[in-house]
Design a protein around this ligand. Sequence first.
Ligand SMILES: [Zn+2]
Length: 301
Amino acid sequence: MPDEWMPGATRLDVGGHAPTDGGPPKAIGHITWDENATAARPLDLVPYENLQSWFGRNPSGIPSAPHILWDPFTGRFTQFLPASSRSKSLADKAGGTRTNRAGDVVLQVEALFFPHCRVDSKVYARLVDTPCKGWPELLAWIRSWGVPDRWPMGRPTDFTSRRNEEIWEEEAGWYGHSQVPENDHQDPGSWPAFTTAEEDMTPEQAAQLKKIYDAQVPYSGWQYKGQGTQDAWALLNNAAITSAAAVKSVAALSAKVDGLKQPILTADQLAALAAQVAAHPTLAEQIAELVADKLAARLAD
Ligand SMILES: [Zn+2]
């Protein structure tokens, strides 16, 4: 039996537990969307404690309490209802699906976030841009309730609504609030990925990484999980650090090179590229090498 209460979460039981209707297990992603900020007019993030007491203690907030309030900046969690009970963050019209109950579990997560929120003088446009602290722990708990790592309506990438009652009733997995029938909210806009870099690797990439570590860390070798002095995760982290250092040294070199002042890619394209590269440390190294070679050739001209 999985844990009714997420390990490590503050428990603030609002009572009124009620069973779900059964069916494909689901998780629902929300953002609290407390303020309407813009890129031109960012606003400070609302304190976590405000949301905690809104959902946990305020008579107006309790009727829309999720299971979990998640602060992606600090990794704090508060849980208001046990996993097997329905929670209350979805609208549910008379007739049709009972949204909050439509699965063996319908685990709802409110991420403390709104677009263009400011934390420590940095502004965040999307939830995925935050540190997403605690996401692995949250995901592990949700997986333990049988919710598969999939988005039947697609992973949210913007604030567009897409709803399909047939898919909702038949398919297990994650849904954005923007993808739930009988609802009109458009959150969450984005959501962290299920995969870690480790799971993301193709067999070929794994083999490349193995080669690197066989050569550079002969005392450790390649241990897939938890054997030897370093496990796969530690090795990958080290590879990512090495890659980042390589990229930085290339960046320093490029600052010395004239003629690169005209950007070919937009800032968004560059950001997307950087995210892809960062997810594949071996790729990052290869690119860094290629760029270094090209810049060196230019300097030699
Ligand atoms: Zn929502």
